[in-house]
Design a protein around this ligand. Structure first.
Ligand code: MG
Length: 266
C-alpha cells in the first residue's frame, strides 16, 4: 500500500472527511493509479479506508507526513564521506532538521540569499509508525510505517562556516518528502537516484548504507523517543552538487517512486 496526503473537497465519497487527509493508493506501483481511497483519521495503527474512491487527476499532493522531528544521518555512504574529505563515522552522525523545512512533491525549493551554494542530497527516508524508545535493531520493522524519498537540501557554505548544521539544513523548503509512504518492503536491489534537469547526478544501491535502517532506528531511539510520523533521513551517496534557479531536481527510489521539485530564488 502507498499512503499519500491530499487536499480533498468537503463533499468526499461515503462520508470521507474533506480537507487535508491521508489516502491510500492501490495498484501495482507500475501503472499510474487513477484513484485514491481516503482514510478516516491517520495511518498510524489500523488503516480505516472509506469504501469510495476519488479520482487522482486534479488532486494536489501534499507532503506524505508531518513529522514532529526529522533526524538526519550524516556521512552514511563511504563515497559521500570521501567526497567530503571525511572518514566514515564509527557511530551514526545525527543532526536535526526542523519540520518547518518540509515541502511535498511539486513544492518549490527556495534558495536563500544567505547562501551561495545550496546542494541536493537524495536520500531514503524512514517514516516511523508508532511511539517508541530503545528499539532493538531486530525489532525495527515493528515501528516503521514505511519509506519515502527525501532531499536533504543543504547550504554547503553555511555548513562549513558554522561548524554545526542547524542553519545550513534548516531553511524553509529544505526537506522535500514524498511522493507517498510505501508500506511494502523495498526490493533487495533498490537504489537511490538523483537527477538534475534530467541528468543522473547520484546513484547508489541502498545496500551501500554504512549504518543500515535497523541499526539507525536502534541508535536514534536510544537517544530520543520517536513519535508516529517522525522521519529518519538515512544519508546521501556520492555526487552531491549545487542547485540553481530554475533547476528541476528528482529523487527516485526503486519500489517507492519519484519526488520532483523545482528550484527558485527566494
Ligand atoms: Mg544528508
Amino acid at each position: 500500500m502507498r499512503i499519500a496526503r491530499f487536499s480533498l473537497p468537503p463533499d468526499g465519497p461515503d462520508g470521507a472527511p474533506g480537507g487535508r487527509v491521508f489516502a491510500g493508493i492501490e495498484g501495482d506501483g507500475v501503472t499510474e493509479p487513477e484513484v485514491v481511497r481516503p482514510l478516516r483519521g491517520h495511518p498510524f495503527g489500523d488503516l480505516d479506508l472509506v469504501d469510495g474512491t476519488v479520482p487522482l487527476a486534479g488532486l494536489r499532493m501534499l507532503p506524505p507526513v508531518l513529522p514532529s522531528k526529522i533526524v538526519g544521518i550524516g556521512k552514511n555512504y563511504a563515497g559521500h564521506a570521501a567526497e567530503m574529505g571525511s572518514d566514515i563515522p564509527e557511530s551514526p552522525l545525527m543532526f536535526l532538521k526542523p519540520n518547518t523545512a518540509v515541502i511535498g512533491p511539486g513544492g518549490v525549493i527556495r534558495l536563500p540569499e544567505q547562501s551561495q551554494q545550496v546542494d541536493f542530497e537524495a536520500e531514503l527516508a524512514v517514516v516511523i509508525g508508532s511511539l517508541c524508545r530503545n528499539v532493538a535493531a531486530a525489532d525495527a520493522d515493528e515501528v516503521i510505517l514505511g519509506y519515502t524519498c527525501a532531499n536533504d537540501v543543504t547550504a554547503r557554505d553555511l555548513q562549513r562556516a558554522d561548524g554545526q548544521w542547524t542553519r545550513a539544513k534548516g531553511f524553509d523548503t529544505f526537506c522535500p518528502l514524498g511522493p507517498w509512504i510505501q508500506t511494502d518492503p523495498l526490493p533487495d536491489a533498490a537504489a537511490v537516484t538523483c537527477e538534475v534537469n534530467g541528468d543522473v547526478r547520484q546513484q547508489a544501491p541502498l545496500s551501500d548504507l554504512v549504518h543500515g535502517v535497523p541499526e539507525l532506528v536502534e541508535y536514534v531511539s536510544s537517544v530520543m523517543t520517536l513519535l508516529p510520523g517522525d522521519v529518519i533521513l538515512t544519508g546521501t551517496p556520492a555526487g552531491i552538487g549545487p542547485l540553481a534557479d530554475g533547476d528541476h531536481v528528482k529523487v527516485t527510489i526503486d519500489g517507492i517512486g519519484s519526488l520532483s521539485n523545482e528550484v527558485s530564488l527566494d
